[in-house]
Design a protein. Structure first.
Length: 177
């Protein structure tokens, strides 16, 4: 069980656990996705569909979902990650979504650190994450930098004209440079 000091209405210490997402979490996680102000409708649909596939055991070998939950076992956010196809010791973070009222309160950092520990112990060398260059994703990019991911590439106009794909990597395995 992991614990963290969470700043909420001043400074409150509470226990946050990280566990595998379960069917009982579906409605709350879908609400977290729906209430994410920066996602497009298409992104919200994709995130919810991937969760549904995972919970129905369609993609459990490809995508893994972990939830950060409060003391009452209510999800505060989740991370979806998986092995990068055809790459040895490389994983991707596909989604990391935190309930709006919990953003900026270390929940995302806990999820990232937990995944890093799992993967490092499993011999993984690198973790990749990608996001948009749009201003609405400034906090997302800053988050990756704060958790020590390095921007390694920008693919100009990838998503649409004026919206670059920003790629980050964190080297965690023995071949760290």
């Amino acid at each position: 069980m992991l614990t963290a000091d969470i700043r909420y209405k001043g400074f409150v210490k509470m226990e946050i656990r990280i566990r595998e997402a379960a069917q009982k979490d579906k409605e709350i996680i879908e609400s977290i996705i729906k209430n994410n102000a920066i996602f497009t409708d298409e992104e919200k649909y994709c995130a919810a569909e991937l969760l549904d596939f995972y919970l129905r055991d369609i993609t459990k070998d490809e995508y893994l979902f972990l939830c950060a939950v409060d003391e009452s076992d209510k999800p505060l956010g989740y991370i979806c990650y998986g092995k990068t196809p055809f790459a040895e010791g490389v994983y991707d973070i596909y989604w990391i979504v935190i309930a709006p009222e919990w953003q900026g309160k270390r929940v995302g950092k806990m999820l990232i650190r937990h995944v890093e520990n799992i993967l490092k112990n499993g011999g993984v060398r690198m973790i990749f994450a990608e996001t948009s260059s749009q201003p609405k994703y400034d906090k997302t990019r800053l988050f990756y930098e704060k958790v020590e991911f390095e921007e390694v590439s920008r693919l100009k106009d990838f998503y649409r004209v004026g919206d670059d794909k920003v790629i980050y990597v964190k080297r965690i395995g023995e071949s760290e440079n």
